[in-house]
Design a protein around this ligand. Structure first.
Ligand code: SF4
Length: 381
């Protein structure tokens, strides 16, 4: 109780006239700070510190480069609303150089980049959007007469930290799909001088950049990363674990084709190719575009296609069935018409599996059964 009162007081103190002048209401400010603290996996006692950081950021210099990409990640950041996440991100950092937002062009903009790198050497965060083409010495992406490979080799070592935003920069994205004529690669495959933080997604959620920067500014250290250098706070869980359609999956209620009764009733999209069971991202909880509940692919009725997952998005066929990683209901797998509530939850399945000492085996067996069930249902139809 004492912590909550102190937090309230600190939040009220952090809310400034400047925020009010920018149209951020006290209510939105408090809501935002509370929600993002929880999303970063920090305790409620940290809300005040996060609020302080948001209100009085240290504004680290950022240089944002574009290589082989569609600018979708920048667009996604700039078009977000309620609260104005683009303002929050742009207020938290000092965006010293961004080709999309630069008013200048040609030699002028090249000079701005050079000056910014020299003035902030060793201090700036380098954000890269887009993959690096490596075939034929990288001639497929040239800016100001230099290839992306040359620019990276020149600017990368001068940065304090490197962030790859979007799936193209993280692991090659759509450009790296077979036959990959330009030899497109993720930044970390080309630039190995220092670790590259990956924020994949097509586009990447601007909240994931915001959370990562906020975490760094609040605690003075990077958030915990997984084995693919993705922040665990955003990519620590499978989409399938947080999906609103998950109870239908556990109960065996699947849409069999677009527009059928199951699809219209919001049943699980696994059999339509949903890659949620093998994709790590926070889309079901963060959503997209700040336009309200359900605003993410599965929420709108389309299977997740695994855009943020290396080896899934742009690699597997869009309606191919996913590999299922988590423990599934095994031999007790319910029929498609099982009434809601009678399904076996994943927690129960895990307990059954553990009790029998075959949790992993059960997982594999059920995943297989799910595929078999699909094959038989497609044969019957
Ligand atoms: S398979 Fe897709 S739609 Fe079904 S529960 Fe998992 S993530 Fe949701």
């Amino acid at each position: 109780m004492g912590t909550l009162l102190k937090t309230d007081e600190a939040l009220n103190n952090a809310y400034s006239e400047e925020l009010a002048a920018r149209g951020v209401s006290r209510r939105d400010f408090i809501k935002f700070c509370t929600a993002i603290t929880a999303a970063m996996g920090l305790p409620v006692g940290m809300v005040a510190k996060v609020a302080e950081t948001v209100a009085n950021p240290k504004r680290p210099p950022v240089i944002w480069l574009h290589f082989q990409e569609c600018t979708g990640c920048t667009e996604s950041l700039l078009r977000a609303t309620h609260p104005t996440v683009e303002n929050l991100v742009l207020d938290l950092i000092s965006l010293d150089y961004s080709e999309t937002l630069c008013a200048a062009a040609g030699h002028q903009v090249e000079e701005a980049l050079h000056n910014s790198v020299e003035a902030n050497a060793g201090k700036f965060i380098l954000v890269i959007e887009g993959s690096i083409p490596t075939a034929e010495n990288g001639i497929y992406c040239k800016i100001g007469g230099r290839t992306a490979m040359e620019i990276m080799a020149d600017i990368g070592p001068k940065a304090a930290a490197v962030v790859a935003i979007g799936s193209c920069a993280s692991w090659g994205g759509v450009q790296s799909s077979g036959p990959n004529p330009t030899g497109a690669k993720g930044i970390h495959e080309v630039f190995t001088d220092k670790p590259v933080i990956n924020l994949p997604g097509c586009p990447a959620s601007p909240y994931n950049l915001l959370q990562t920067v906020l975490y760094y500014l609040t605690l003075g250290k990077l958030p915990q990363l997984d084995e693919k250098n993705r922040p665990m706070l955003a990519y620590g869980k499978l989409i399938h674990e947080n999906c609103e359609r998950r109870p239908h999956f556990d109960a065996g209620r699947f849409a069999q084709q677009f527009g059928d009764a199951g699809h219209r009733q919001g049943w699980c999209l696994y059999k339509l190719g949903c890659k949620g069971p093998e994709t790590y991202a926070n889309c079901p909880s963060i959503l997209y575009g700040d336009v309200g509940s359900g605003a993410w692919p599965v929420g709108t009725g389309h299977p997740c296609f695994g855009c943020s997952e290396e080896g899934v998005g742009f690699t597997k066929a869009i309606h191919e069935q996913a590999d299922v990683f988590t423990v599934r209901p095994p031999s007790l797998y319910p029929e498609v018409d099982t009434p809601q509530g009678n399904g076996l939850g994943v927690g129960a399945a895990a307990v059954v599996g553990a009790a029998a000492g075959i949790a992993i085996g059960a997982s594999v067996a059920t995943a297989k059964k799910t595929k078999e069930s699909d094959q038989s249902s497609s044969t019957e139809s």
